[in-house]
Structure formats: structure tokens, C-alpha cells
Ligand binder design. Structure first.
Ligand code: SAH
Length: 385
């Protein structure tokens, strides 16, 4: 982020809205800034942009190779069988993007009779443009699904304040999410000589968006003080905000039903200090304050903290392991060789795709997979030691 050129800051509609808000209410936290960038009802990136794919801002694993979604489909089949092949069960995908993963997964899962008939497919998607893409692409394969804006259905909001209820039936449930939990909002803290201060987004003397920080050392920094006592002055540490709209509905299902979930994302296995806030637009990185609402602003997932948050809700965490280890354990090499032998004309493309998913310095090493399960279930596939 150090190579950030302030003159590149663009005056997007959301920039103007944020400056007005900061002028009125004062500087905002990094979490509030991310929330506006991603979820602002008028200008938020996930409300408006069709971002993924070669034409979009970034490319994801299922768009690189069909084998990725197919292996996740087989993962779901094994987990379903471990649950005793319940019928019906919920198969929930969080943030399905262009619908490629779920299509590849369901096609591969056809090898096991009964799975598709038993699956009630739920797609949780906040982006109206992508929801349409998903609808069209599932229809091409004759697949049925139900769409939801979140795992919660907001009910009776006016009389109870915030009444919520599960958006899907309480039956055995499998959840998958690729590049979904990196949309978790984070707070950032800066180490100063008098302690940790929360990093804020404010306006500078030329009325441009700029980082600043709280005057007072911040209580919210909490255990950063004890966890990272030796941090040098000027270093940034991050803490993910509450994730109640994910953990609470998962908890609610798991109170009465077996639940297993798989999350794959860009992130680190151990908590540490460092600034990972990033913005991607048009396949290029830019400073996170450059184009609010028009770039994908995310932070690396702190998998250790994610696992702790899930354990607090009585879930067991398997992993995290690297994406390469996870796909390797699910048999990516064997499956790809078979596909290549059966389809020599596509062999080179298949091989190139797999190389990209598995590259130790690229996606294979940087992305991690974590399994989350209710305590009654056996260890999840792909995470065996
Ligand atoms: N899983 C897909 C897309 C990843 S991008 C793939 O691997 O290609 C993140 C996805 O999550 C997008 O579909 C985005 O619109 C969706 N999303 C982001 N925040 C969301 C939220 N709070 N609720 C529901 N969907 C969300």
C-alpha cells in the first residue's frame, strides 16, 4: 500500500457520499468504510457490479478450472454420506458468483444416485446482477434452487425491531463458500508510542479520503496489547468484526441438525500483525481508498480467529490447510489425469488450470480451506493429517 499515489484517488459517487458522511458525523472505522464499499444500498460493489471472470475485476478458482467445483461436489457427497444420506437436506452456497461452482459440483455429484434428489439447493447472494446470472446458468442445466439475500430472513422488523428467522428449513445442512468470508469486515489498529489506536478513514486538508486514527488509544484493541506486545511503532494489526449473520444461523441449525461447512479463501493460518486491506479493480491492485464502490475491497482471512469464533459456537474446525493440500487429498491429480485422457483436445487447458490452482506461491499456497462441523460428525474429507 506504500506505493499509493494520492492523486489517483477517484471521485466516485460513493466517494462523494462518504465525504458528506464524514463531514457530518466525523471519521469512520475501516470496517464501516469496507461496509460502505461493499454493501452501500446504492453504490456498494456487491450490490451493483458483475465482478467475477475474465471480463470482470478478478478471477476465482471455479472460473479457472471445472475440476475445482467437481471436487467440492464430491466433498459434499462424502459429507452427505457421513451424515447418513439424509433426504431432504440443505445444500447452501454462500456467494455463488457466476454459479459455476454449484453447477460443476452438482454435475460431478450425479455419480452418486440420490444425492441430487435429496438436495434442496439454496443460493445466498446479495448482488442482484449476479443473482440473474446464476438463475440463467442453473436453468441451462435444468437445476432448481432457491435464492436468499442472507441466511436469515428478516421478519416483523417493524414490530420487534429486528426479528429474524432462518431462511431455510431446519434439516441436515451442508454449506460451501469460496471467497465468501473475505467479505468479513475488519477493524484496523495502528501501534503508536502510547499504545494501539484504531485506524480511521477521514478527509485530508485537500478534502480527499485519507487514513487517520483515533486520538485516544483504543480500548477496542483489547488483547492486541497482550497478543502482539513486541510490535514496532507504525505497524498495523487487524481484527475481524462480528460475523453474527453467519455464525448465528449456523448455530441455530446445528442445535437440532448435523451441519458441515467448507470455506476456502485467501488468508493466513496464524494470527499475526500486518495490513492486508486490499482493493482489486480490472485485475489490478489499487489502494483501498482509490475507487470506493467500484473496486472489490477485502482483507485476508485470519483463519485462526475464524476457527476460534466457530469454536465459541460449539463447532469443531478441521484445518485450515492450504488449497493445494485440500485439493490434493480430494484426488485432484487423479481426476485431472482421467479427464485429460478422456478428452485429449482439452488436456493442455486442464493441465494449465490445475497448475494455477495448485501453485505453491500462487493460489495453491495462499488460499486455505477450513472445515466446520457440528461435534457429532466425523472429521471432514480433505483435512486428514
Ligand atoms: N464463490 C464465487 C464468487 C466469489 S465473490 C466464486 O468462487 O467464483 C463473492 C461472492 O459473494 C459474490 O457472489 C458476492 O456478490 C457475494 N457476496 C458478498 N457479500 C455478500 C453478502 N453479505 N451476502 C451474500 N452474498 C454476498
Amino acid at each position: 500500500m506504500s506505493d499509493y499515489d494520492p492523486d489517483l484517488r477517484r471521485d466516485t459517487p460513493l466517494t462523494r457520499k462518504l465525504k458528506e458522511r464524514i463531514g457530518r458525523d466525523g471519521p469512520i472505522s475501516v470496517a464501516d468504510y469496507m461496509d460502505a464499499c461493499l454493501n452501500d444500498p446504492e453504490h456498494g460493489y456487491y450490490r451493483t457490479q458483475a465482478a467475477i471472470g475474465a471480463q470482470g475485476d478478478f478471477i476465482t478458482a471455479p472460473e479457472i478450472s471445472q475440476v475445482f467445483g467437481e471436487l467440492i461436489g464430491l466433498w459434499c457427497v462424502i459429507v452427505w454420506q457421513q451424515m447418513g444420506s439424509p433426504k431432504p437436506f440443505n445444500l447452501i452456497e454462500l456467494g455463488p458468483g457466476r454459479g459455476t461452482l454449484i453447477r460443476d459440483a452438482l454435475r460431478a455429484a450425479k455419480v452418486v444416485p440420490g444425492f441430487q434428489d435429496a438436495a434442496l439447493v439454496h443460493l445466498v447472494e446479495s448482488n442482484a446482477v449476479l443473482r440473474e446470472v446464476q438463475r440463467e446458468r442453473l436453468a441451462e442445466d435444468g437445476l432448481q434452487a432457491t435464492w436468499h439475500g442472507s441466511l436469515f430472513k428478516v421478519e416483523g422488523a417493524q414490530d420487534t425491531g429486528f426479528g429474524t428467522k432462518l431462511a431455510m428449513p431446519e434439516i441436515p445442512t451442508i454449506i460451501i463458500g469460496n471467497e465468501f468470508i473475505d467479505t468479513r469486515l475488519i477493524h484496523q489498529y495502528v501501534k503508536c508510542d502510547d499504545g494501539w489506536h484504531e485506524r480511521l478513514v477521514a478527509t485530508d486538508d485537500q478534502f480527499r479520503l485519507a487514513f487517520s486514527m483515533t486520538q485516544e488509544g483504543k480500548r477496542g484493541a483489547g488483547d492486541l496489547v497482550t497478543r502482539f506486545p513486541e510490535t514496532p511503532i507504525g505497524e498495523v494489526a487487524e481484527r475481524a468484526g462480528a460475523m453474527g449473520d453467519l455464525t448465528m444461523p449456523m448455530r441455530e441449525i446445528a442445535t437440532t441438525q448435523p451441519l458441515a461447512a467448507l470455506f476456502i479463501d485467501y488468508g493466513h493460518v496464524h494470527s499475526s500483525v500486518g495490513d492486508t486491506l486490499q482493493a482489486v479493480r480490472n485485475h489490478a491492485h489499487e489502494h483501498p481508498l482509490t475507487s470506493p464502490g467500484e473496486a472489490d475491497v477485502t482483507a485476508q482471512v485470519d483463519f485462526a480467529q475464524f476457527a476460534r469464533d466457530m469454536q465459541k459456537q460449539d463447532f469443531v474446525a478441521d484445518g485450515p490447510v492450504t488449497q493445494a493440500e485440500f485439493l490434493g487429498q480430494l484426488g485432484i491429480m487423479e481426476r485431472t489425469s482421467r479427464l485429460m485422457a478422456g478428452n485429449p483436445r482439452k488436456a493442455a487447458a486442464l493441465e494449465a488450470g490445475i497448475a494455477r490452482l495448485m501453485a505453491p506461491q500462487g493460489m495453491g499456497g495462499r488460499f486455505k480451506a477450513i472445515g466446520i462441523r457440528s461435534a457429532g460428525l466425523p472429521g471432514l474429507p480433505g483435512f486428514e493429517q
